[in-house]
Design a binder for this molecule. Structure first.
Ligand code: ATP
Ligand code: MG
Length: 342
């Protein structure tokens, strides 16, 4: 049985990732430098494969993004630019980048532990409030660093939190595809994100800020503790309507055993007015996360969380098929490798 009760479990040594000043290598083929292996994940934009750097034998990940339009390239370039400024152990690191025809490839640190929620629902994993604090603290450390670099992630959700290894409890935040540089003096508005996790100001197309990520952190914590999604409706429209009124409760029996400290932590983040949400730095000081606070190590029932993860897995699979069908008409997939090549 794996029981998480320490931030630094014995046996999980975290090596620091070698920093490199990444410059996009234009007109070069990543396959000349990296040997591609199995697929490790797929998102709306990219397909991610394991790979090995030929000269060093280093194991990495290669994210291929089809860029039929100039604008698609601009988006990947922005993602690369942002990742370059985010050197931190809780954030996914970049190693190399290519532009080859209409395909852009980003070579990344390889994260082998899979998605956090998938790991938690494993029968071997004992979920407790204490283990939730271990994960939330790390998520906040990553967000705090991003915000200090004046970057908003804007796509904080369970899928974008990966475990470093299959047995340890170290996590990393991934996917900076929607991240933006933030100038507090300039009004920034966006129209994207995942309805379940986006803040009211995003749904209302109002000015966003650091608090926008903090809201999503609050939703992640709510789901982690209960397996319930606080604003989820039957449709995306209904979900967004629930978000805009920012009304939710802890009435479900899933919260019966959850401490007041944990509920207070969520309550502080899930407030409608972005400016009254605490910063990542302040949230790290919340009593629930303080190392001298005694947090329950009683096992939390994971049946609702299991149902939630299985449902999301299914929605993701359907979305992938829809996206592939849509792209299939326009995009030539031949440059995207499907099998290992030397
Ligand atoms: P989205 O659809 O979430 O906006 P995307 O197309 O930009 O995403 P990512 O989220 O970056 O793609 O990656 C897709 C999936 O691939 C992730 O959910 C994750 O499971 C996996 N993945 C991404 N990067 C890595 C990595 N460095 N190591 C291991 N797996 C990864
Ligand atoms: Mg993603």
């Amino acid at each position: 049985m794996i029981k998480v009760d320490e931030d630094d479990p014995v046996g999980e040594v975290e090596l620091s990732f070698p920093y490199r000043d990444v410059k996009i290598r234009r007109g070069e083929d990543p396959k000349d430098f990296y040997t591609l292996d199995d697929e490790v994940g797929r998102g709306k934009f990219g397909t991610v494969y394991k790979c090995v750097e030929k000269v060093t034998g280093m194991k990495l990940a290669a994210k291929f993004v089809a860029c039929p339009k100039k604008e698609d390239k601009k988006n990947v370039e922005r993602e690369i630019d942002i990742m370059k400024t985010l050197q931190h152990p809780r954030l996914l690191q970049i190693y190399d980048a290519f532009e080859n025809g209409k395909i852009m490839t980003v070579i990344l640190e390889l994260i082998e532990g899979g998605e956090l929620f998938e790991r938690i629902i494993d029968d071997d994993f004992i979920l407790t409030e204490k283990s939730c604090t271990v994960f939330m603290r790390q998520i906040l450390e990553g967000v705090e660093f991003m915000h200090r670099q004046k970057i908003l992630h804007l796509d904080m959700k369970p899928e974008n939190i990966l475990c470093l290894t299959k047995t340890g409890n170290r996590i990393k935040i991934i996917d900076f595809g929607l991240a933006r540089k933030f100038d507090p003096d300039k009004k920034l508005q966006v129209l994207f994100g995942t309805p379940e996790f986006v803040a009211p100001e995003v749904v209302n197309f109002e000015a966003i800020g650091y608090g926008t990520d903090m809201w999503s952190v609050g939703v992640i914590c709510y789901v982690l503790l209960s397996g319930l999604s606080p604003f989820m409706g039957h449709t995306d429209i209904e979900t967004m309507a629930n978000v805009t009124v920012a009304k939710y409760d802890f009435d479900d029996e899933a919260f019966d055993e959850i401490s007041e400290n944990a509920k207070d932590f969520i309550r502080k983040l899930l407030v409608k007015d972005m400016n009254t949400r605490p910063s990542a730095k302040e949230t790290l000081q919340h009593v629930w996360l303080r190392r001298d606070t005694v947090v329950s190590e009683l096992e939390i029932n994971k049946s609702k969380l299991k149902r939630y993860v299985i449902k999301r897995r299914w929605i993701k699979a359907v979305n992938t098929i829809i996206a592939l069908k849509r792209m299939g008409a326009k995009v030539d997939f031949s440059p995207i490798p499907s099998a290992p090549e030397q």
